[in-house]
Design a protein around this ligand. Sequence first.
Ligand code: 13P
Length: 250
Amino acid sequence: MRKKIVAGNWKMNLQLNEAKQLLQEIKVLEKNVSDVKLIINPPALYISLFRELLENSVIALGAQNCSEHVSGAYTGEIAAQMIKSCGATYVIVGHSERRTYYHETNAIIAEKINRALASDLSPIFCCGELLSEREENNHFNVVEQQLKEGLFHLNENEIKNVVIAYEPVWAIGTGVTATAEQAQEMHAFIRKVLKEFYNEAVAQNCSILYGGSCNASNAKELFANPDIDGGLIGGASLKAADFLVIAQSF
Ligand code: 13P
């Protein structure tokens, strides 16, 4: 059966002391959560230290991005192998902020997915439409294309290691959450596409997370839906108490 997952994407927030403090607070609260995989995606600089601080914890670590290259002269980039060697087991790939601000195409994202899997990292593959695309009723096509071009080159064995996050761009950091109906509709669509392209088992076993202004007040309503397996949380993951409430919202 697929996993329930709550993942915090800390984005480019918190200096080291603040980050350690938040991690400590989350560690204290984690014992109140059962049956849910917790993943923290801090800035990559902190992963190695966090791995040590999380000794005896079941909280997993992920990076927010990785390079599409294996290694070499790519100043400023971070390779999937490096992320793995610092103790992370997940990496977010294809976040809309990467697509928008760093011009990541579906083709680049497909390469990043390959690098992640080759380094034994589970990718958290992000997809989602712009507001204009939804208004034109084109959101299903956009998401399907992102899946097909960024992810569906994987074989059945490989895709089993991938978590999908549906993050409508208009909901990210805006305070405007997709309604539970809108989110469930898209999650069911993603699962249908997985079934058509792969098979029923792949579709049923894939965790599909919702992201975009998911918070302590709306997580329960979202997670109550059959195809919503948890959340990829931005702003609300920066407050330990809120992150905990979200993790308890199943
Ligand atoms: P917010 O929860 O701040 O809207 O961010 C969502 C997100 O982008 C998670 O990756």
